[in-house]
Ligand binder design. Structure first.
Ligand SMILES: [Zn+2]
Length: 341
């Protein structure tokens, strides 16, 4: 059991190798939301068959609402898989006011600890509702069935603290912070990242300790962000590059990997400990190169050159380095030389 105090958004947690064994026997009539591969990995472990299984089709709101109508009488919702399967479970649990249990089979995104469900309206992601897992089940054996680089992707949304906190400080210095600036939260967030970076080898090897470090990092971020009511300490310009690329290329990415690319480029633009951030990604084995993400050089160049204008056109985005530093063709040429295509 974890010892993290504060609002983690996790009502109860069960951590350990084999933690999912027999879980189904405790849930009464339960609905599972999942995808083919995670379901194949986990169903025999549950010890009881679900009343209903919903496979993720896509995260468009129209699709999810249609699936919601098919949900019968159940006592609980069990989300099994990565971000989408768990977000579908969160959405249904919230809409039907049912207990939520989450069993992530990969740590690539923090969906299994955040309260809101990420759904899509058109090409934009929207976060809706509120739900908390009871329990969150972290079964290290299940997680290790996923490719290591997908679990390691989980550090992306923690490494983003590096650039996001710097962006918030810029906003504060410019006198335009959207929220009351909290130096204590910035310091605490940096401490969370430092703790994670102290476990680089364990994370790289996906040991129990390494996997737990990622989960603990997410829960600790929640203890800062939920009371504050925003995720400013872990979301900034590094995410905005991802938003632009996703709209431009109209395809999804492995979240932690593309956030890693954002940290690479935006820490460089910030002039903020770029080498350290890149060295960490290399040591921990976080894929973040355009080659890993199958992003062409011309597309990334166009995205970077459009980024200053992109953020100005979106009033929902916070003030970051992108409001202060103009991205020039010369800067882009130099930055692209540091990446692999
Ligand atoms: Zn993120």
């Amino acid at each position: 059991m974890n010892e993290i105090s504060g609002r983690t958004n996790v009502c109860s947690a069960r951590f350990g190798a084999g933690a999912s064994e027999g879980l189904g026997r405790e849930l009464g009539r339960f609905l599972v939301t999942t995808m083919e591969i995670p379901w194949g990995l986990v169903k025999e472990r549950l010890g009881a068959a679900p009343a209903q299984v919903l496979m993720v089709e896509n995260m468009q709101i129209e699709t999810i609402e249609r699936q919601l109508e098919k949900v019968g009488e159940v006592d609980a919702v069990l989300g099994i898989g990565g971000g989408q399967a768990i977000d579908l479970a969160k959405y249904i649990a919230w809409k039907r006011q049912l207990p939520l249990v989450t069993l992530p089979t990969v740590l690539s995104v923090d969906a299994f600890v955040t309260p809101a469900a990420g759904i899509r309206r058109g090409h934009r992601v929207d976060y809706v509702g509120e739900s908390s897992p009871d329990p969150l089940v972290i079964d290290y054996d299940v997680l290790r069935t996923a490719p290591p680089e997908l679990n390691i992707a989980g550090v992306g949304d923690l490494l983003s603290i590096h650039t996001a906190c710097f962006d918030w400080e810029l906003a504060q210095k410019a006198g335009v912070s959207e929220y009351p600036f909290s130096q204590a939260d910035v310091d605490a967030a940096r401490q969370i990242l430092a703790t994670v970076m102290g476990k680089t080898e364990a994370i790289a090897n996906c040991t129990d300790e390494g996997l737990q470090a990622i989960v603990d990092g997410y829960m600790r971020v929640n203890t800062l962000c939920l009371p504050a009511g925003h995720y400013r300490v872990e979301e900034g310009s590094e995410h905005y590059l991802f938003y632009e690329l996703e709209e431009r290329l109209e395809r999804p990415f492995i979240h932690g990997w593309i956030v890693g690319l954002g940290v690479h480029l935006l820490s460089r633009l910030q002039g903020h400990q770029h080498e350290q951030a890149v060295a960490f990604m290399k040591e921990v084995g976080l894929p973040h190169q355009p080659r890993d993400l199958e992003i062409q050089k011309d597309d990334l160049r166009a995205s970077l050159l459009a980024l200053n204008y992109y953020v100005q056109g979106r009033s929902d985005l916070w003030y970051t380095v992108l409001n202060e530093q103009k991205i020039t063709p010369a800067w882009v040429d130099e930055a692209l030389q540091t990446l692999n295509f």
